[in-house]
Design a protein around this ligand. Structure first.
Ligand code: C2E
Ligand code: MG
Ligand code: MG
Ligand code: MG
Length: 282
């Protein structure tokens, strides 16, 4: 069998690989169709102030509605990135998240006075798009939204990969009032000096640390260290993936300002998110 010949060889006749290539092509074709047909939805996950338990905002998370099943972005975002379909998909996300926020701001004027924000995720590819900033500016303008209500999440590895362009882009976004958060913090390799120099609003502690912090002393120490770092640099901090009250209590004792996770709510359909809004803001 091809696999036993040498572990570094890529043999195109390997049936497993061939199947993977077929699956991948199939996914690409289906993804293209889904974009044409608009088979996507945004789900909204609450971000909560851990001290007061009040609602600070939503993170918009993309879902592919393929018939009766919801497909996770972890499955299709990589394919969308490789094929360039991510640009169209991201434009759709930005537009829809802004449209939804505008609707909710109109329906519930209190959202503006409490500074309720909408967070969206940016993909690495978008940082090489010269029109990124103007697209965001136009979309905000189109929906009559002030920049301060939009938060952009970029992963630590994206930031480090595109440091040159990122500096400029982040500065331009900051000038529009848009907030910038580093996503999945702790999983990449940030140079601490960039944390200090970039116009960042906050960091999101990766779920992998939060999920183990109630069992692993090391992870608890990492979370503690990130929180001290954030405080010293005057950065906001959001703990991702809080699932139980032990984690919540630990985070509160470490004075972590905000969190998100199944303990509060999973990503919600627009309708359920609106009900959550009514119950927690009004
Ligand atoms: P992320 O931005 O780090 O989003 C957090 C992920 O953790 C979400 O997965 C969310 O559903 C999940 N999560 C939240 N709380 C909990 C919890 O308590 N326990 C567990 N086990 N999971 C929790 P999701 O929605 O599957 O998204 C996965 C990733 O896909 C996101 O990670 C983000 O990097 C990417 N993504 C999602 N939407 C978009 C988008 O519109 N554009 C781009 N470029 N990427 C997106
Ligand atoms: Mg995110
Ligand atoms: Mg994350
Ligand atoms: Mg992630």
């Amino acid at each position: 069998h091809a696999k036993t010949k040498g572990h570094n060889r890529i043999d195109v006749f390997d049936p497993v690989m061939l199947q993977q290539v077929r699956d991948r092509l199939h996914l690409e074709v289906e993804l293209r169709q889904a974009i044409e047909q608009g088979d996507f939805a945004l789900y909204y996950q609450p971000i909560v102030n851990l001290r007061s338990q009040s609602l600070r905002g939503f993170e918009a998370l993309l879902r592919w509605q393929k018939g009766d099943t919801l497909i996770s972005p972890d499955v299709f975002i990589p394919v969308a990135e490789e094929t360039g379909l991510i640009f169209e998909l991201s434009r759709w996300v930005l537009h829809n998240a802004c449209e939804q926020l505008q609707q909710w701001q109109q329906r519930y004027p209190k959202l503006q006075s409490v500074g309720f924000t909408m967070s969206i995720n940016l993909s690495a590819n978008q940082f090489s798009l010269p029109t990124l900033v103007s697209e965001i500016q136009q979309t905000l303008g189109h929906h009559h939204l002030a920049g301060q209500f939009l938060k952009i999440e970029i992963t630590e590895s994206t930031l480090m990969q595109h440091l040159d362009s990122a500096c400029e882009i982040l500065a331009e976004l900051k000038a529009m009032g848009v907030r910038i958060n580093i996503d999945d913090f702790g999983t990449g390799y940030s140079s601490l000096s960039y944390l200090r120099n970039l116009p960042l609003d906050g960091i999101k502690i990766d779920r992998s640390f939060i999920s183990q912090m109630d069992r692993s002393q090391e992870d608890l120490e990492v979370v503690h260290t990130i929180l001290v770092l954030a405080r010293n640099l005057h950065l906001d901090c959001i703990a991702e993936g809080i699932e139980n009250t032990t984690q919540l209590q630990l985070l509160r004792s470490l004075r972590c300002p905000s969190g998100q996770g199944y303990l509060f709510a999973p990503p919600l359909t627009p309708h359920k998110a609106e009900v959550y809004l009514q119950e927690h803001i009004l």
